[in-house]
Design a protein. Structure first.
Length: 157
């Protein structure tokens, strides 16, 4: 278990007004086990995690913040092209999509294959449209990230 998760468990226990001994009694483990979880020396097993989530009236995701871990691991695996959405699904992060390069390739294909150089420049007009929507998404994402960080900071205090 990492130190961040361990400190989160200790903070949740204190916020609930429980001592290590009281919490251990509720779950059915020793006080030393709770102490080890909070010092990151060991991890609670699945049954104990579920019991902790019920005591704190949180989901396991909220208690352990595994949503952040899943998105981070997905971004690591895909080179940062996915972001978390409201419904828990992932979608392509269009900010990372190289649309101007794709538009240039389309322009050259139209020009070389069909000799459509003159009307092909219309493809380049789609780049500012793409940039407008990407910029809008970027602003919304920054605002949402700031709100989530504020909630997380308040939760930690």
């Amino acid at each position: 278990m990492n130190v961040e998760t361990a400190s989160r468990l200790a903070k949740l226990r204190r916020q609930s007004g429980l001592s290590q001994e009281e919490l251990a009694e509720k779950i059915g483990v020793s006080r030393q086990a709770v102490s080890k979880w909070e010092r990151a020396e060991s991890s609670p097993d699945t049954d104990n995690l579920i019991a902790l989530a019920k005591i704190y009236k949180l989901s396991l995701d909220d208690m352990l913040h595994s949503k952040d871990i899943n998105v981070a691991s997905m971004n690591k695996a895909t080179g940062g092209t996915y972001q978390n959405t409201e419904g828990g699904r992932s979608k392509v992060n269009w900010v990372a999509f190289p649309y101007p390069i794709l538009a240039t390739i389309i322009y050259f294909v139209l020009g070389f294959v069909w000799d459509a150089w003159h009307p092909g420049w219309l493809v380049f007009l789609t780049i500012p449209i793409w940039a407008f929507f990407v910029g809008k998404d970027k602003k919304e994402k920054k605002k949402k990230d700031a709100e989530e960080k504020k909630k997380y900071d308040e939760w930690l205090e």
